[in-house]
Design a binder for this molecule. Sequence first.
Ligand code: FES
Length: 95
Amino acid sequence: MPKANVTFENVGITISVPAGTRLIETSEMVGAGISYGCREGECGTCMIRVVSGMEHMSVRSVLEDKVLQENMAGRNNRLACQAQMLGGDIVVRPG
Ligand code: FES
């Protein structure tokens, strides 16, 4: 099964996960401390910044895009409860 390597820059932890894993699940596994609320892509609480590797992330859904826009997100922001890692090396941090 393809793997993705994700680094949580704020805690200095890198972990290899199966492709398709959502960022929030991985954050919980390693204790990276990304806060969340609804886990359904509606509240915007779980917004994170992708430092590198955005090309290895799932594309934004219409809902994720809408919530990110409502939260004045930049193009490197994603919702950790929605964004899936599809492979390669990815670096993220809160906010
Ligand atoms: S936890 Fe609510 S949008 Fe991700």
